[in-house]
Ligand binder design. Sequence first.
Ligand code: SF4
Length: 224
Amino acid sequence: MSGINREETDLQISGLQHFSFCRRQWALIHIEQQWADNYFTIDGSIMHEAADDPYFTEKRGGLIVSRSMPVRSERLCVSGKCDVVEFRESPDGVPIVGREGKWLPVPVEYKRGRSKEIDADRLQLCAQAICLEEMLCCKRIDEAYIYYAETKRREKVMLTVELRAKVESMLIEMRELYNRGYTPHVKPTKKCASCSLKDICLPKLHKYVSAKDYTSQIWTVSTS
Ligand code: SF4
């Protein structure tokens, strides 16, 4: 991306899940703009398209449901989109134009698969909640939900001080790499087998030669 002012560009909230999976994967996607669809990512995007109906809202009982809601935090310089935000009637909530009462926002993220041990999905959800708190000037959002398609279950996620701190420290690390335009080197792990970018990253070549050395070897051969 030539001519981009990195320091003034928002980081994508969705990047938190990539970053917590593998720093290099995040950089290949968000700095180098490389992407490769595999079963997991294709399936995931189809699912998100199903939930995508920009700005659609509906009222169901004591809930107002908003889909594909854009969110941003000026303070953290991040932006993204919530699959669903459920506004629940509550004295701790915020007014909504055209609606009576006060409404507390609760983000809900849709994911394929099942709940994971790593916090990837929970970090993304927590960042969405932080954005909503800032945008809507509402009290702290204590909980949010992730719906997993494989298990057809909703997981409640408590937005604890620890989870919030993890989001913020990860964003600081991402910002530092993003502003430098730096892609971390390969560190092969068992996660590489399910990585959507393994054919671009080529982790197996890592033990033989670095990409930089490989390029310079090709260059030497072709010019000699
Ligand atoms: S193949 Fe492995 S090292 Fe490369 S981006 Fe994917 S997870 Fe990271």
